[in-house]
Design a protein around this ligand. Structure first.
Ligand code: GTP
Ligand code: MG
Length: 464
């Protein structure tokens, strides 16, 4: 069943690319660059390409008549087996183009889904990709069926093809339902897992695919996440301990990369995978300064974050690959638009001191100092305070102990919720329920870092 709907493997095929560019679209240098990278990642050999400027795509064939015959000639000339569109095509446009050109035609969404399908390694990533692929296929099956039934009704026959499609459609609907249920379970489990780690501050890496997230993760935490020059190399989330200099251990997680016009179904399916980012205390948004389209890529990432509802978090923009010629000039342009950004090189380990300083600074923005009054018998809470914060002093009285502690504001919120008597000496408690994500924090600026230490070191078992 599952294999049935997976888009056919396009490995080793020869492909011709096509794109319609509207007046509002931005791109740099070659408008087919990114598609070409995607097509190569999917294993095809790119042999040629066409670009047409027009604001309204042709309703039947997306490209205009002249361009379609140009495309057909290119396909014949290069003996290509596949045409890949950078735009999203309707099922009928795909069919019409296939008929006119005489070869298989796929669109950008199908290509991205294909790459995700071949890179999915974990059970969760496979579920997410399968769901996204089925949801993409379903309207296409349905329309194919309607289209066929109209034809077959004309001759008064019900063909076996039609029956098969109807069966397939029903199976697809059932499978979508199952997958959604399975993913919901994964999401709930993840939520519990992530919530279980809330004693530690968490920092999540997000960014365009191939920006260098996994390389940075490996450099900072000695993790061994695959970091290669390949799009969508990482499709799951890894969380590791990062010993933040002059701070202590925090959790760092690396996750799936984003891309312009990320298929909507994929964003929805990868919700569980992005749970860590949703609950993180801050985001490190990595951008690739070796890419001429870096500004567009940054905006694309912000729009996916918005779609996921996690754009309200304190975020530091890391402009990576600063070691590459031309990257420093590009960084200046980025910095003009986004002043809170830092140039780094994950592979050459440049900018790491400033990075640690800015992250510590950002995390300390969020600290409060409290006086907590506890029952003498409440050793458990005293131990917890020592674990999540820095105990500055303890005073024992006949009936109580008063703990003077500096800790993340969200934990202070928890103390309050649990009914403990607290006095806020410095800082402010969060306005929203502290276990919910997404309260707005100030953006960090370079400056004095207030180090704190955690009395209980995090063990590897704490990190799944
Ligand atoms: N020159 C240079 N190359 C880098 C740097 N950081 C990463 N790279 C290279 O960029 C490519 C992509 O790196 P990854 O770390 O896999 O990127 P990613 O953001 O995890 O990518 P996805 O998992 O596909 O989203 C690899 O070939 C890295 O070696 C850097 O600072 N400088
Ligand atoms: Mg990666």
């Amino acid at each position: 069943m599952r294999e049935h709907y997976r888009s056919e493997s396009i490995a080793r095929e020869r492909s011709v690319l096509a794109r319609v560019v509207g007046s509002g679209d931005t791109f740099t240098e070659n408008p087919l660059d990114e598609l070409s990278g995607l097509a190569e990642t999917a294993g095809t050999e790119v042999v040629s390409g066409v670009v047409q400027r027009r604001d309204t795509p042709d309703p039947k064939t997306y490209l205009g008549k002249g361009k379609v015959s140009e495309l057909k000639n290119l396909v014949e000339m290069h003996s290509a087996d596949l045409v890949i569109f950078d735009n999203d095509l309707s099922p009928s446009q795909t069919r019409n183009l296939e008929k006119e050109i005489g070869t298989k035609v796929i669109d950008r969404t199908e290509l991205i889904l294909d790459i995700f399908a071949s890179n999915a390694r974990t059970h969760e990533a496979r579920l997410a990709v399968e769901l996204a692929q089925l949801e993409y296929s379903l309207p296409r099956l349905k329309r194919m069926w309607t289209h066929l039934s109209r034809q077959t009704m004309g001759v008064g026959m019900r063909g076996p093809g039609e029956k098969q499609l109807e069966v397939d459609r029903r199976l697809a609907v059932r499978r979508i339902h199952e997958l959604k249920q399975d993913l919901k379970k994964v999401e709930l489990r993840k939520e519990r897992e992530v919530a279980g780690r809330r004693d530690y501050l968490t920092v999540s890496l997000v960014g365009y695919t191939n920006a260098g997230k996994s390389t940075l993760m490996n450099a900072l935490t000695n993790a061994s996440v695959e970091a290669v020059d390949k799009l969508f190399a990482t499709l799951d989330t890894r969380t590791r301990r990062w010993n933040l200099p002059s701070w202590g251990p925090v959790l760092l997680s690396d996750t799936v990369g984003f891309i312009r016009d990320l298929p909507h179904h994929l964003v929805a399916s990868f919700r569980a995978t992005l749970e860590e980012a949703r609950q993180a205390d801050m985001l490190l948004h990595m951008a690739d300064a070796s890419n001429p389209a870096v500004l567009d890529q940054i905006s694309a990432v912000y729009s996916v974050l918005h779609e996921l509802g996690i754009d309200e978090k304190q975020t530091l923009l890391l402009v990576n690959k600063i070691d590459v010629p031309g990257a420093a000039e590009r960084f200046s342009v980025v910095q003009n638009r986004y002043p809170h950004s830092l140039a780094i090189s994950a592979s050459a380990r440049q900018g790491f001191d400033e990075l640690a300083q800015l992250v510590s600074q950002a995390l300390s923005n969020d600290f409060v100092t409290l006086n907590v009054r506890l029952d003498l018998t409440d050793g458990k809470t005293v131990a917890w305070l020592a674990k999540v914060g820095e105990v500055l002093s303890k005073q024992y009285h006949d009936d109580r102990v008063e703990v003077h502690v500096r800790l993340p504001a969200r934990h202070a919120g928890r103390m309050k919720r649990e009914g403990h008597i607290i006095e806020v000496l410095q800082g402010k408690l969060p306005d929203v329920a502290p276990d919910r994500d997404g309260w707005q924090l100030k953006l960090p600026t370079v400056g004095q870092v207030h180090p704190t230490s955690f009395s209980t070191p995090l063990t590897n078992e704490d990190v799944a």
